[in-house]
Design a protein around this ligand. Structure first.
Ligand code: AMP
Length: 426
């Protein structure tokens, strides 16, 4: 569907043109009309489907028509990185409007707190906040949410996983009862349904067949013993010397540090990132990675959800993610929109049960590869006491993932142009 058929105002259509979006993605063509009509909405969609623009565009459209001053839209999201990313997209899409947007996520310096305070009290039109930081401001009494018309919860499942349930309800108490509320989540687990019941009124529902990695991703699985993992990373890096952007996800901060150090010692251009790193450092690592100065980032799952870095060639799951949904999010770092990607997961003897649950979730069983012989004998695939022969197996073909079919993606770095300073009004 063309954006021009959706009834969005001209300034937005112009910005969409600059972003090189040719057609609306399925979540966009389904969600935008409901949001423009003022309905509450619950959207089951993962990162990579275009869900950020799906809520941003109609909300900008409605805000541009509103004579009301002050904060009109509040977006809550789980992490600083996601807040920054939504902010960048909003800046791009709102470039030709007079609307302002400000991210409130903490971690910054004293002057940053002051800028957030001004945005929250004098009123940037749109605030994008992580719950913890917003609560800290709310406790100081100057936040003015009396004109909020739109509330958006992005990655609601992730916010609940982090433990933001009570913070979210506390924040919502500050908002007018009459408002439009939109909730997006990668899953529709019962806890999300129950949150939605508390927040949304007669919501329209959109469900984009969930929990399947994007179609463009090639998924590979290696069965390995723990001590084979680092040499196997190096082997894979050697095999793919042409790959320019690679993320390796590890389960612990310690492993991140160890692997990053090991790869650096072998001459790779690599940086580590985890919650141990200062916010400024994390931002610098991401910046260098996006601009291709750093080829490899080794990360804990801080990065695994929501972060939109385009054109990642390869994701390696050094460890099987604890939460099966995280697998989909991690693999989703590659093959964004129309591009193709490769995702490789290492499954140790102790992680097979966990990986079997992922296969259940993605409704697909993947070939299990053995590391090259020089790395030694690999463990055998074994779940629920059953053992399958080692090496490359072809299990039954799973259902084809049914979700966002590749759309043309902007070549422009996201949100970079059109561009607009994100300072609050006043
Ligand atoms: P999201 O799911 O919101 O994280 O978006 C994933 C990526 O798709 C982002 O880089 C967006 O800029 C891009 N995108 C969003 N909508 C479209 C569209 N209609 N056509 C092409 N790319 C899009």
């Amino acid at each position: 569907m063309k954006f021009s058929e959706l009834g969005l105002n001209e300034t937005l259509i112009e910005a969409i043109g600059y972003m090189n979006y040719e057609e609306a993605t399925p979540i966009q063509s389904q969600a935008i009309p409901h949001i423009l009509e003022g309905h509450d909405l619950i959207g089951c969609a993962q990162t990579g489907t275009g869900k950020t623009a799906a809520f941003t565009l109609p909300v900008l459209h409605r805000m541009a028509q509103s004579p009301v001053k002050g904060v009109k839209t509040l977006v809550l999201c789980p992490t600083r990185e996601l807040a920054t990313q939504i902010d960048q997209l909003v800046q791009g899409l709102s470039y030709f409007t007079n609307l302002s947007c400000y991210p409130v996520y903490g971690g910054g310096t004293g002057p940053e707190w002051e800028k957030e305070r001004r945005a929250l009290s004098d009123g940037a039109d749109m605030i994008i906040a992580t719950p913890g930081r917003l609560i800290a401001h709310l406790n100081n009494g100057y936040v003015n949410f009396k004109n909020v018309q739109h509330l958006i919860l992005d990655e609601a499942d992730r916010m609940l996983d982090i433990g933001f349930h009570d913070d979210i309800l506390r924040i919502i108490k500050e908002l007018p009862q009459k408002r439009q509320s939109l909730l997006f989540s990668a899953t529709m687990a019962p806890k999300i349904r129950s949150l939605a019941k508390k927040i949304l009124e007669e919501p329209k529902e959109i469900n984009l067949a969930m929990s399947k990695p994007a179609e463009g991703v090639t998924q590979k699985v290696y069965l390995t013993f723990e001590e084979q993992k680092t040499p196997l990373v190096r082997h894979i890096l050697k095999q793919h010397e042409d790959f320019k952007s690679i993320i390796v996800f590890c389960s612990t901060k310690k492993k991140v540090d160890q692997l990053a150090r090991n790869l650096k010692n072998k001459g790779h251009i690599v940086a580590g990132i985890s919650s141990d790193y200062e916010q400024a450092e994390r931002e610098q690592v991401l910046l260098n990675f996006k601009s291709r100065k750093t080829r490899i980032v080794v990360a804990t799952d801080v990065l695994s959800r929501g972060i939109d870095i385009k054109d990642i060639d390869l994701v390696i799951n050094y460890d099987v993610p604890g939460d099966a949904e995280d697998y989909v999010h991690r693999v989703g770092r590659t093959a964004r929109a129309a591009s193709k990607g490769l995702a490789i997961t290492f499954v140790s003897d102790k992680e097979m049960g966990k990986f079997a649950r992922i296969e259940e979730l993605i409704e697909r069983q993947l070939d299990k590869l053995a590391p090259p012989e020089e790395l030694g004998k690999a463990p055998e695939w074994r779940t629920h006491g059953k053992s399958k022969p080692k090496g490359k197996h072809n299990y039954r073909k799973g259902k084809k993932p049914n979700r966002f079919k590749g759309k043309k993606q902007s070549n422009r770095p996201r949100g970079s142009a059109p561009n607009q300073p994100s300072s609050p009004k006043g």
